[in-house]
Design a protein around this ligand. Structure first.
Ligand code: SAH
Ligand code: SF4
Ligand code: F3S
Length: 467
């Protein structure tokens, strides 16, 4: 891997050394930890790395968060709602800290990476011991060591961030897990804070990715999701490897992995080569998360999404043509500055035409420092609420209709869990991301089951096991 993309070796060695010292100092104490993770899978994965480092230092996962000796908040700032929740939950810990002064509290993640947010939090909550940004993750052992010795620490660097390869990871799933292929984002959609808090886009080397997928397969994982803010602009190995090529490398290089998913795909970079890779590679799931955000060309332009509704619709048609049976999911924002009733109707019209199998819908939330936050004609909250509710109602209807076509069909479900109702119901997803429930017990968890769909219910399908 290119040196300039990596965290300086000195920092990695210093962190390893700190981890070793801490372990010698505290492993006999059996300190327990609890990590509260907010936001997207990127953050979830960072939390797995924090857990990995804590375990490396001799800590154990707390059975109950109320008993934890170390509590970390891995924060998200993509919408105001996420931020408010974090502040509330941190504030609630003051009493715990008074009762148990040895409790170590840390706050990290995207929120800390915003201008002055870390400083402000550090001052506002004197009982917080550690504040650090997303660029500091690999230095957690050093930060933790200082906090153990009663020094409050704040470390946030405003930089684009290099990649730290080789951190220990404690994966929380049992059969499905995530592997990051690229960090950061260069797109600067006008509403979005992510490029400011996660820095410029950096792609990992393909060999490191394939190796990690191989290791998770060896550890028993059946499904892997390749993660990036925009996987379609993956450009690894000095630009020699694009995303469709990477997908083939992972698919062909790790035959033990039964399902390969990826997210998120930005519509502006969706290529025919990717469509073909999805169609041709049997273990790549027939599903794409292709967020459209809005169905209005005027709003798409203001959002700096760099595609039109027509271009998006063409891509969807092409996808459906090249990958028979593919299902699409999306993210949508309502109430973007200047969004009129007519713009919103365009959004409703688009979701009707595409027929998504799931839509993650959000009310626009102004983020300080982004272009859209200063745009005139901010939409009143009541209007946002009303549009969100109408959008969700329409999507629910579309989903119900869309599900009907599956009745009588068969497919493979990777079983994720089991609901113990009157009759135990196993559940999991089809390759196309549709959730299926069928009579079956806990012993099926983690296995691939052939199922016949017999009915639809709310957001999911009902089926029966084919023996
Ligand atoms: N990189 C991904 C998404 C990252 S954020 C992509 O481009 O699709 C996940 C979703 O949060 C976005 O797709 C968008 O729908 C939503 N989002 C981001 N910023 C937002 C904001 N300021 N207000 C409301 N929703 C927002
Ligand atoms: Fe945000 Fe746009 Fe980047 Fe997604 S592509 S993370 S929405 S700036
Ligand atoms: Fe993800 Fe939230 Fe950060 S969505 S990248 S955790 S701001």
């Amino acid at each position: 891997m290119r040196k300039e993309l990596l965290v300086p070796e000195g920092e990695m060695t210093a962190a390893k050394a700190a981890a070793k010292r801490v372990k010698e100092e505290i492993s006999h104490l059996g300190l327990s930890y609890h990590i509260e993770s907010y936001g997207c899978q990127m953050n979830d994965h960072d939390s797995e790395k924090l857990a990995g480092m804590l375990e490396e230092m001799g800590c154990v996962k707390a059975a109950d968060k109320a008993d934890a000796d170390v509590i970390l908040f891995n924060t998200c700032c993509v919408r105001e709602h996420a931020e408010k929740r974090v502040y509330g939950n941190i504030g609630a810990l003051k009493k715990r800290k008074d009762e148990k002064p040895g409790l170590l509290i840390g706050v990290c993640g995207c929120m800390m990476q915003q201008k002055e947010a870390g400083d402000r939090l550090f001052r506002r909550f004197p009982f917080v011991d550690m504040v650090f940004g997303t660029n500091e993750l690999h230095r957690f052992p050093n930060i933790f060591e200082s906090a153990l010795h009663h020094d409050r620490v704040i470390q946030v660097r405003e930089m684009d961030g290099e990649i730290a390869e080789g951190l220990p990871v404690l994966r929380s799933g049992t059969f499905s897990t995530n592997v990051t292929i690229a960090y950061g984002c260069n797109n600067f959609c006008s509403y979005c804070i992510v490029p400011y808090v996660r820095g410029r886009e950096r792609s990992r080397d393909s060999a490191a990715i394939v190796e990690e997928v191989r290791s998770v397969a060896a550890a028993g994982f059946k499904e892997v999701t390749l993660l990036g803010q925009n996987v379609n602009s993956y450009s690894g190995d000095d630009g020699a490897t694009d995303f469709p090529t990477l997908l083939r490398m992972v698919h062909d290089g790790v035959p033990e992995i039964q399902r390969i998913r990826f997210m998120t795909s930005h519509p502006k970079d969706l290529s025919p080569a990717l469509m073909d890779a999805i169609a041709e590679l049997p273990r790549v799931c027939k599903h794409i998360h292709l967020p459209v955000q809005s169905g209005s060309n005027r709003i798409l332009k203001l959002m700096n999404r760099r595609y039109t509704r027509e271009k998006y619709m063409e891509e969807v048609e092409e996808l459906k043509r090249r990958v028979p049976g593919i299902e699409l999911t999306t993210d949508m924002i309502v109430g973007f500055p200047g969004e009129t009733e007519a713009d919103f109707e365009d959004t409703l019209d688009l979701i009707r035409r595409v027929g998504y199998s799931a839509a993650f819908t959000f009310m626009y939330s102004p983020r300080k420092g982004t272009m859209a936050a200063t745009m005139p004609e901010q939409v009143p909250d009541e209007v946002k609420h009303d549009r969100l509710q109408r959008l969700n109602a329409l999507q629910a209807e579309i989903l119900k209709e869309g599900n009907l076509k599956y009745i009588g069909t068969e497919g493979e479900v990777l079983v994720e869990g089991c609901d113990r109702r009157a009759e135990p119901m196993a559940y999991g997803k089809l390759s196309n991301f549709k959730m299926v429930y069928f009579p079956g017990g806990e012993e099926l968890i983690g296995s691939m089951c052939r199922v016949r769909i017999t009915a639809n219910q709310n957001n999911s399908l009902i089926g029966e096991l084919i023996k």
